[in-house]
Design a protein around this ligand. Sequence first.
Ligand SMILES: *[C@@H]1O[C@H](CO)[C@@H](O)[C@H](O)[C@H]1NC(C)=O
Ligand SMILES: *[C@@H]1O[C@H](CO)[C@@H](O)[C@H](O)[C@H]1NC(C)=O
Ligand SMILES: *[C@@H]1O[C@H](CO)[C@@H](O)[C@H](O)[C@H]1NC(C)=O
Length: 376
Amino acid sequence: MMKFPSHVSILLFCLTSYLLFFSFTQGASPYGRSSHRGGIERVNNNKAKSKIFIVGSIGRFGRYVTEASIKAKHTTIGLVRAIPSANETEKINLIAQFKSWGVKIVYGDFNIDRKLIVKTMKKVDVVISCVGGSETPTQVNLTSAIVEAGNIKRFLPSEFAIDVDRLQDPVEPAKSMFANKANIRRVVESLGIPHTYVVANGFSARFWPNLAQVNPPVLLPYIKEVVAYGTGDSKATASYEADIATYTIKTIDDPLTLNKNLYISPPLNALSYNELFSLWETKSGNTLSKSYVSEEEMLQMINDPTNTVNGLLAICYSVAIKNDYASYVIDPSFGYEASALYPEVIYKSVGNYFDEVLANATLISSSNGAEGTFSI
Ligand SMILES: *[C@@H]1O[C@H](CO)[C@@H](O)[C@H](O)[C@H]1NC(C)=O
Ligand SMILES: *[C@@H]1O[C@H](CO)[C@@H](O)[C@H](O)[C@H]1NC(C)=O
Ligand SMILES: *[C@@H]1O[C@H](CO)[C@@H](O)[C@H](O)[C@H]1NC(C)=O
């Protein structure tokens, strides 16, 4: 049993806005040996590696999963909606890189090209959906294709955020987004599709460079003023995208997580606002000016129709004010925490990230001939 921290800074991955990092951590496969970890006994199991079909392969998160899949030596097929046009250089380069690594790219739309999707599914064992948040409901088309193909051993619908089955009184507009995700879970279950729901919590690119600020005016190392919601004491987790992808790939052949949740909440990355701020203050030697937004103020902001970030605020409300996730402990009856299950993965911590930011800032200021300080 592992204690599951609550989450302040959570974001559906469709909102992830920066993709800066492509490093990779990889560990040994949990298979092919017997070991005891965290009281979990592994059976020796020499199954062949599953073949993986990734829907949304070059998407903001799908690209990390594709890289993790190929690095873990899985046969990998990536679905890309359309052949990029000549000016979509980033997509063109990514596809070329993936192909050079041995990823097979299939062009098609899972909402339209049904035959192609079913035919491709028949060639693989596992389907991982990395579609964006707005496409959550249309994943019913993936589930029906999986039923038609008839051979899929594990489906990972596009989750990679919070556990939508463990929320109390969420507020709109987050409430509907959560409900859409929960609804796909129910469809998957009612069709009897073997699955794992990856509850990845937050993505580092969205939360680390801005100290988990909803509407950041500046990024590290220049942040001086920060805002927290509630008391700032509810814990939240954000993890490095490549680590989330590595854990995701590790779990697809793991019998322990079949029809369960994989929670990605490595201890060093599960911090409250107050802990996050003080970690930065300690490492940087700078003091942040902090303010706290009460529940009433937050609800007013969320209900203000001119507020452009009310979706994110509504998600923060669930975790910071409702503190939903402090109320339960991950239990093997419904899931496992990834860093406990796969301790061979050396994950990147937010502290590692802060060190990098500070090292870079020192380099920049010394090359500018400044006094070795990044303060502005
Ligand atoms: C790329 O070209 C298309 C037309 O082929 C155009 O509509 C689009 O705006 C262009 N995109 C960029 C980013 O230049
Ligand atoms: C895909 O799903 C939507 C529902 O979200 C449905 O309206 C549409 O007809 C589906 N497309 C196909 C090809 O089944
Ligand atoms: C630090 O600088 C290196 C080299 O430019 C870069 O690759 C890396 O992403 C930077 N790290 C951070 C945290 O800004």
